[in-house]
Design a binder for this molecule. Structure first.
Ligand code: ZN
Ligand code: FE
Length: 255
């Protein structure tokens, strides 16, 4: 294995991730939700923190930057356009920029919607995608700074990646998302099966993350705005997918 991901729970419903490149020994924290949890995960693995990769500026994603940078002297990577609000940013990256992380090549996707500067990190060789608060298992991020049309294009960008891509999302929201998803697509067999599995996992407090792009494409209503069955149910058959997406997002907001 050339790359290893260590995932751990923190705060009330966040996931933290460490990404470790075996050849170089580099270790990145994907976002910094909670310093003590990150340091504990590092010491469990015997890894040293060399990088922070921020997906966006929210406090539950960048709140630990300053303290970790001070402690480890690590390099902070984040969206260039969020330089003013990502604490300690050293390296500002842009859409479709590729950079190397030890033996890994990492591609950045700009995915505005949840925030205007939100980015995702993609490791093509390892089929790994860190999406922050853009895609959740059976859900998607709230539109705090972007429009539905921006978020829909962001999701479409990610949906072009291979189905086997493993998606690490930053919160455990799956059960609540499932309650909503089934109201949008009650007859989706794949969704029904997924929900059963999710309930089983959550009843034992086990994580439903990571997920895969293929699984989300078959079950996540926010990625399925082009489906006739959904459009018909919403009375929007033949509608623009971005308007259908906007409607689903709006329904979820008041669910
Ligand atoms: Zn957020
Ligand atoms: Fe968050």
């Amino acid at each position: 294995m050339t790359v290893e991901v260590s995932m751990f729970s923190c705060l009330s419903d966040n996931y933290g991730f460490l990404l470790h490149d075996v050849s170089s020994g580099f270790t990145a924290a994907i976002d910094t939700p909670e310093v003590t949890a990150i340091n504990k995960a590092l010491s469990n693995k015997g890894w040293k923190l060399t990088h922070i990769f921020n997906t966006h500026h929210h406090f539950d994603h960048a709140g630990g930057n300053a303290e970790l940078k001070e402690q480890w002297g690590c390099e902070v990577v984040g969206a260039a356009k969020d330089a003013s609000r990502i604490p300690g940013l050293d390296k500002g990256v842009h859409d479709q920029e590729k950079f190397s992380f030890g033996g890994q090549e990492i591609e950045v996707f700009s995915v505005p919607g949840h925030t205007s500067g939100h980015i995702a990190y993609y490791l093509a060789d390892a089929s790994i995608l860190f999406v922050g608060d853009t895609i959740f298992s059976l859900g998607c991020g709230r539109l705090f700074e972007g429009t539905a049309s921006q978020m829909w294009s962001s999701l479409q960008k990610l949906m072009k990646l291979p189905d086997e891509t493993v998606i690490y999302c930053a919160h455990e929201y799956t059960e609540a998302n499932a309650d909503f998803a089934i109201t949008i697509e009650p007859d989706n067999d794949a969704l029904q099966k997924r929900i059963e599995k999710v309930r089983g996992l959550r009843s034992e407090l086990r994580p439903t993350v990571p997920t895969t792009l293929g699984l989300e494409k078959s079950t996540n209503p926010f990625l399925r705005a082009e489906e006739n069955s959904i459009q018909r149910r919403l009375g929007m058959l033949g509608g623009e997918p971005e308007s259908v997406f906007a409607k689903i997002r709006q329904m979820k907001d008041s669910f």
